[in-house]
Structure formats: C-alpha cells, structure tokens
Write a protein that binds this ligand. Structure first.
Ligand code: DHB
Ligand code: FE
Length: 284
C-alpha cells in the first residue's frame, strides 16, 4: 500500500528560477528564502519519496483563458516545463506515473469530482520552481510527478472547501493504491500577493500568519473564508492558497509541522515554505 510521508508547501515565484540560474542563493536578498529549504533537503534525503503529487495552478501555459478547467489531473508518461515568458530555462524533464495517475482519476471521479484528464501536459513555474528548490542541481529528479492543476486564475474559482475535499479524495486514492510507493504532496503558490491593478504589491501578514499557524493543526480554519474573501484578504494571486488547502486535504494522517519559513518579499510575494510530516493512517 502506498503511503503519504509528508507535504511541502512553497511559494513558486518565477524570479526564484532566475536566482537559481544566477547562483544567488547566498545573496542577502535571496538567502532568507533559500535557507528555508535546508530542513526540506534533509527530510527528502531521509525519506526519499518515490512520487510527488503536486497541487498547483497553471498560469496560462497549458491552459489559457479560452479553456480553463477547474481541476485537471495529469496522466502523462512525461511532463516538460516551458517558459511562459519569465525567462526561466529549466531543462530537466519530469517522469510521470501513469498507473497511479489513472487510479487517482478513477477514485476522484468515484468521489463525484469531474477533473479534466491530461495525457499530455506542459507544466509551468508553479511545478518547476518548487522541484528545482527541492532537488537542486542537474541530475534527473529522483521521483515521479503527478500534477493536479486547480484554477486560481479565471473566475469563478472553486471554493476552499471544494479544494479541500478534492485533496481528501486524492489522499484516499493514494492510500488505496496497491503499489508501495512513498508519496510527498506539494501545494505551491501564495502566500499573499497581487501582481496587477491598484493593489499591486498587496501583502497581508496577518492573513498569511493565520494560514501558517493553522495549516498543520486545524486546516479547516482556512475554510472559513470563501474564495472572494481570500482575494480580498490575500490579493488576486494570494488566492493560490487554494493549492495549499487542497494539498493539506490530501494529508490524511496525523500531521505535524517540521519546519516553517516566512519571508517578505520575494518579488511581489510574501514567500513561505512549510514542511509537514504525515504519519499513521487514520482516514476513513
Ligand atoms: C510572482 C508570483 C507568482 O505566484 C507568480 O505566479 C508570478 C509572479 C511574483 O511575485 O513575481
Ligand atoms: Fe503564481
């Protein structure tokens, strides 16, 4: 039976890709953010997960405004990053896990979700930046990818509870998989940020800290704000917290925070990295 070992939650600001390309990890602007990955590297070296299930939002690379699924699940043999305009030159491909992808798809459909199924799929900075942060260097990524895209871009967006429930369905599907893979869940994006309009640069430390405080012990606290409340609180891109909410929903065991880092700003974003451990299956 496969097992969810933990969750990694991180901002996916594309500028991080530029900083990696230029080797700026020790630069005073970047160091406080990159240092937040030390415990993540240590944990990954110990746990060596086989599969990453990544909740993220596509920013116009694979889906555009003309065709925007609320939920989409990858079922490809391989995924590739392409630069959607940020100048990021990541080259490493992402190996897929088609059998587990289809099992997840079958199970979430049985749970009455209706995802778009993607047998070919490009992934943008919201997948590639977190992978590069977690596994720096040039070697092939040491695990397989299952990408799950949530629409955080074109309204109407799904509700936080719907995203949480999707995450729970994905978590149950992983636990019912017959293989013995060890799985790490990712939630990418956030925390508060707004890139455009009169509130460009908006950051809400109180809301971010509320999310960070409750993510491990009481994730349902994050469901008290609806999606438009979150746009108001956290900014029009801060609503990427929906990816974190779905990812937290997938962690169905006994969850404990191992590390948390919060740093303002990286580009326009209140950047955060959280590592959660998931132990003892208790899911119904
Ligand atoms: C930035 C943050 C994002 O989440 C994103 O997708 C693009 C840009 C930023 O702060 O620059
Ligand atoms: Fe984003």
């Amino acid at each position: 039976m496969s097992r969810i070992a933990g969750g990694i939650f991180t901002s996916h600001v594309p500028g991080i890709g530029g900083a990696i390309a230029k080797g700026l990890q020790q630069d005073p602007y970047w160091k406080p953010f990159f240092d937040g990955f030390d415990p993540v590297h240590q944990w990954l070296a110990e746990e060596k997960p086989d599969v990453a299930v990544v909740f993220y939002n596509d920013h116009g690379l694979n889906f555009f405004l003309d065709k925007m699924p609320t939920f989409a699940i990858g079922a490809a043999a391989e995924y590739r990053h392409e630069d959607e305009g940020w100048g990021i030159a990541f080259q490493r491909p992402f190996e897929g896990h088609q059998d587990l992808s289809w099992h997840i798809i079958e199970q979430v459909v049985a749970s009455e979700f209706d995802p778009v199924t993607c047998q070919s799929m490009l992934v943008d900075h919201a997948v590639a930046v977190p992978f590069e942060l977690c596994w720096p260097g040039k070697e092939a990524f040491p695990l397989k990818l299952i990408p799950i895209a949530i629409n955080t871009v074109q309204h109407p967006l799904p509700s936080p509870r719907r995203c949480y429930n999707l995450g729970q369905a994905v978590g149950r599907a992983i636990e019912s998989w017959e293989g013995d893979e060890k799985v790490v869940i990712f939630g990418t994006g956030g925390l508060s940020h707004q890139l455009e309009g009169g509130r460009a640069g908006h950051i809400n430390v109180d809301y971010d800290k509320f999310c960070l405080r409750n993510l491990a012990p009481d994730p349902e606290a994050l469901l008290q704000h609806d999606t438009l409340d979150i746009v108001e609180l956290a900014g029009s891109q801060g609503v990427e917290i929906l990816n974190w909410i779905a990812a937290r929903g997938a962690m169905c065991g006994s969850v404990r925070e191992l590390a948390s880092n919060y740093h303002i700003p990286i580009s326009n974003t209140a950047a955060a990295t959280v590592l959660l451990e998931n132990s003892d299956k208790v899911h119904a």
